[in-house]
Design a binder for this molecule. Structure first.
Ligand SMILES: Cc1cc2nc3c(=O)[nH]c(=O)nc-3n(C[C@H](O)[C@H](O)[C@H](O)COP(=O)(O)OP(=O)(O)OC[C@H]3O[C@@H](n4cnc5c(N)ncnc54)[C@H](O)[C@@H]3O)c2cc1C
Length: 423
């Protein structure tokens, strides 16, 4: 098959928050090619509801650190956690510079709280924080003359030789670059019930598996305890954890409370599933009325409007909720600069695993982690001096990848293999 040949200094696969932030942090004299499998607004980053964590003040450091580790079952990489928390304020300043707005209490920020956080430290923009952040990052990237974005362009393989990455292959083109960044998000598309976009199928994991680039903790998969129950197929609508942080309560079929609503996600999921099994029911109830009508309309207008469309007025009626796949803690193994096991290949965001989340992510740490480590990848790429010539690229002649339709199966097998290896 004859493919168009494209050349750039850096190719970034994925236009979610991590890919966009990486592009913004790279030197402006680098030519950057960004690819996305779908439209630019179809990334999980646009769906984030709850918010983004920040180190409010020095006095909160130990508690933020401990909450992250406790949620992660103490299997976190402590250096990664330290870097994430220490970089959080500068990251938020960078977002503000891009025009991102967070809720305020007068002059100060307003902070909310989610499950497993011992105090409020989450910045938010109503219940559409991801859209606010990602749309502003996208606008900033679009204003850069050195960045080209190709939509509906699917990466199907890496271009690699002798342990070095030289770019990626898409269905239509050979994209050559000195450095390649995988920012392809999570794996929700592999599941029947997930809060993720269905096109997020872990393609970066599949191509890394093919090229022997190490993966890490791929069996660490987070199930969100509260998504809106529906009999219809498709993406599951999330009822953000911050509604429980703000006072919403869970009830069984007899409208009795059965659990502490602020447990870490994995423990709460276990408790809900056990309750559903005991009752033989398909969901439990979540009552948002303790949050209060004006707070619901002010802080959670998106959840309010979506549930109303489904015939539920959350200010006075409970919501049927059920756990669904939500987040991927594992991924392509990376170091503290987001470098993978292949030279000149980086991985950032949900696709990467730097160990920040351990076995279970603390709510609202993922946007922060995505941005911090995308910035660190950019800082490393900025030091790059090894730019292959066009002639060198053209000698590579990448092979047609075989069995692309087996990617999902290969990832599932790897997840099972890792699960078994822990038994
Ligand atoms: C409903 C929901 C609510 C959430 N709420 C929060 C929250 O409140 N706070 C928080 O911190 N986190 C939250 N998260 C998690 C957070 O949104 C994600 O972890 C984060 O946005 C991931 O960003 P990303 O850049 O890694 O990936 P994404 O934003 O998912 O972007 C992935 C990109 O990769 C592209 N792509 C994938 N495969 C290919 C391919 N083969 N070729 C080309 N392009 C490809 C996609 O098209 C997309 O552009 C939430 C997630 C969901 C689903």
């Amino acid at each position: 098959m004859q493919r168009t040949k494209r050349f750039a200094d850096v190719v970034i696969v994925g236009t979610g928050a991590s890919g966009l932030y990486c592009a913004l942090q790279l030197p402006k004299d680098r030519s950057i090619l960004m690819l996305t499998k779908a439209g630019v607004e179809e990334s999980d980053s646009f769906l984030a509801q709850g918010g983004i964590c920040v180190l409010r003040e020095e006095a909160d450091y130990d508690s933020f650190f401990e909450d992250t580790l406790r949620a992660g079952h103490y299997l976190n990489n402590v250096r990664s956690v330290e870097l994430m928390i220490r970089s959080s304020r500068q990251t938020i300043r960078n977002l503000l510079d891009c025009g991102v707005e967070f809720a305020r209490n007068g002059e100060d920020f307003a902070y909310t709280r989610e499950g497993a956080h011992s105090r409020p430290r989450i910045l938010f923009h109503q219940d559409v924080t991801g859209k606010e952040i990602t749309s502003k990052l996208l606008a900033s990237v679009r204003a850069l003359p050195n960045v080209t974005i190709l939509e509906h362009t699917r990466m199907i393989d890496l271009i690699a030789r002798d342990g070095r990455c030289y770019g990626v292959l898409t269905e239509e083109s050979e994209c050559y670059a000195a450095d390649t960044v995988l920012a392809t998000g999570g794996i929700g598309g592999l599941y029947e019930n997930s809060t993720n976009f269905p096109h997020l199928t872990g393609d970066a994991l599949a191509v890394c598996l093919r090229h022997g680039v190490p993966l890490k903790d791929v069996d660490y998969i987070q199930i969100h305890p509260t998504t809106l129950y529906s009999q219809k197929p498709g993406r599951r609508f999330l009822i953000s954890e911050s509604v429980r942080g703000e006072g919403a309560k869970l009830y069984d079929g007899q409208m009795q409370r059965f659990v502490n609503e602020l447990l870490p996600r994995d423990e709460l999921t276990k408790a809900i599933r056990a309750q559903m099994k005991k009752e033989g029911s398909k969901f439990v109830w979540l009552d948002m009325s303790p949050v209060g009508k004006s707070a619901i309309l002010d802080h959670f207008p998106n959840i309010y409007a979506h549930c109303l469309e489904e015939g539920i007025d959350v200010t006075r009626q409970p919501i049927p909720v059920v756990p669904a796949q939500h987040y991927f803690m594992g991924g392509v193994a990376v170091d503290e600069y987001s470098r993978t096991g292949m030279a000149h290949l980086y991985a950032v965001g949900e696709t990467a695993c730097n160990g920040v989340h351990g076995a279970n992510r603390l709510a609202s740490n993922s946007l922060l982690e995505s941005l911090v480590f995308a910035g660190r990848a950019a800082s490393r790429i900025a030091l790059e001096t090894d730019f292959p010539s066009k002639a060198e690229y053209l000698r590579l002649q990448p092979q047609e990848p075989e069995h692309i339709n087996r990617y999902a199966g290969e990832i599932r097998e790897e997840i099972e293999r890792m699960k078994k290896s822990r038994e």
